[in-house]
Design a binder for this molecule. Structure first.
Ligand SMILES: *Cc1c(COP(=O)(O)O)cnc(C)c1O
Length: 427
């Protein structure tokens, strides 16, 4: 697989290099020089999920890694259900939250972890990352127990919910966590300092494994195939697909799937009040406002980092940007959507409710649609309990961690302390 840097097209790398580097020169995103097209779509859609993932990812990676390695990575990464649940005659929900940390980020993170560990071989790597919530849990869980990778996650002490914190601070083994006595920005600044410090970067073989990593996006392509496969068992038409969007990695993966030949009629990019993209699709002018806090806080992003990839796909395939409808859903409408879904017997959470609402607004007469449900309702228990006047039980995955002891080490927001701590633990 060959990729190029969207900011400096002369920088060309293979998949292994793109995974290891994360970003290219000037923080440019890596983008595939060619998107493979799959034939025999009917046959492919008739396959089971895991064997189909091997074909889909093999089309990108087999030339570089070998199909046997691709098969091994898929077997280790994809080991949970993703049901398409019918809400009504027109609307179905693809539930992507049945992984170990109950969020769709498990898909990307688990495959990335397997790729990073495979590529590291006999070298020992350190993944260093800062989190303000969900990503830390998905990444920590995905790397947990991998022998050649240590993970260090920084988070702002007391600034994330106790349950969220426990999802990654109770693992132990190769997962090290630090509670920084400051805010998320300070955590990010310390991570950046570590990457800028040659002693730490080279001495501990740092790798960022962040959300723009190409291995995550390729993994996410797979669930679009599963969505359409399940949809086709009931409907003989291409669906409209609605994606609750923050950094737009999820939508990027959907566009890759369509470019590979998957029949998807139209996309909805549904956002909360952080609506840079819906406004851009309307007006053609990119105007990012300051980020505002919403109920769907995993989508509180006003400068989505994957957007250049969305544009690059449309350009490469000569698709008009009107293939994507942008819909902004404000807080009051999110709340209405949650209640409407509940009234139809479907318990949801704010991110999926926004996607469902976007679909309702965009679907034309005769269309049928799928919205992506990206988190388990219990992960947003506070909001769901409040909006729907409920008291959701904790699923067993959350119940189990709620009773465990946090292993996080408290540190001040001081890089030298972090550095000493890292060398003590990891060198
Ligand atoms: C990260 C996240 C999103 C946004 O996905 P992007 O790929 O960043 O657009 C939506 N919902 C949930 C629950 C998330 O954690």
């Amino acid at each position: 697989m060959q990729l190029y840097n969207l900011k400096h097209p002369s920088q060309q790398v293979n998949f292994s290099q793109a995974v290891t580097l994360g970003l290219g020169k000037d923080r440019g995103l890596f983008f595939p020089s060619e998107i493979p097209v799959l034939k025999n779509m009917d046959e492919l859609l008739a396959m089971d999920f895991v064997p189909r993932c091997k074909v889909v990812l093999g089309a990108w990676l087999a030339d570089e890694l070998g199909q046997e390695v691709v098969d091994k990575l898929v077997d280790k990464a994809f080991n949970f259900e993703l049901p398409l649940v019918k809400v009504n005659d027109k609307l179905s929900s693809l539930e992507l939250f049945h992984g170990p940390t109950l969020a769709f980020k498990d898909f990307g993170a688990r495959f990335m972890a397997q790729c990073v560990s495979h590529l590291a071989g006999d070298n020992k790597l350190t993944i260093l990352t800062a989190t303000s919530g969900d990503t830390g849990a998905a990444v920590a869980d995905a790397f947990y127990g991998l022998e050649n990778v240590n993970v260090m996650v920084l988070f702002p002490k007391g600034k994330i919910s106790e349950l969220q914190e426990k999802m990654f601070t109770t693992l132990g083994d190769n997962i090290h966590t630090v509670a920084v006595e400051s805010d998320f920005d300070a955590c990010q600044a310390m991570v950046k300092q570590a990457f800028d410090d040659p002693e730490v970067r080279d001495g501990l073989h740092l790798n960022s494994a962040n959300s723009i990593n190409i291995s995550r996006l390729l993994a996410q392509v797979c669930y679009y195939f599963e969505a359409v496969a399940q949809f086709y068992r009931e409907h003989q038409q291409a669906p409209v697909v609605s994606v609750p969007s923050g950094n737009f990695g999820n939508l990027t993966a959907g566009l890759f799937a369509k470019a590979m030949g998957l029949p998807i009629k139209h996309f909805v990019a549904a956002t909360n009040s952080n609506d840079t993209v819906p406004r851009y699709l309307q007006s053609g002018s990119w105007q990012a406002n300051p980020t505002v806090a919403t109920m769907s806080n995993a989508m509180d992003v006003s400068e989505p980092s994957n957007w250049p990839r969305v544009e690059a796909i449309c350009q490469q395939l000569d698709w008009p940007l009107s293939l994507i409808s942008g819909v902004k859903v404000d807080e009051a409408t999110t709340s209405c959507s949650l209640k409407q879904l509940e009234a139809q017997g479907y318990l949801s959470e704010p991110h999926a409710a926004i996607a469902a609402q976007g679909l309702e607004q965009v679907m034309a007469e005769g269309d049928k649609g799928i919205f992506l449900a990206t988190a388990h309702p219990a992960k947003f228990k506070d909001v769901v309990d409040r909006e729907l006047a409920r008291d959701l039980p904790l699923p067993p995955e959350l119940e189990a961690v709620a009773n465990k002891e946090s292993l996080a080490v408290p540190l001040e927001a001081d890089f030298e302390q972090l550095k000493a701590h890292m060398f003590k633990l990891l060198a």
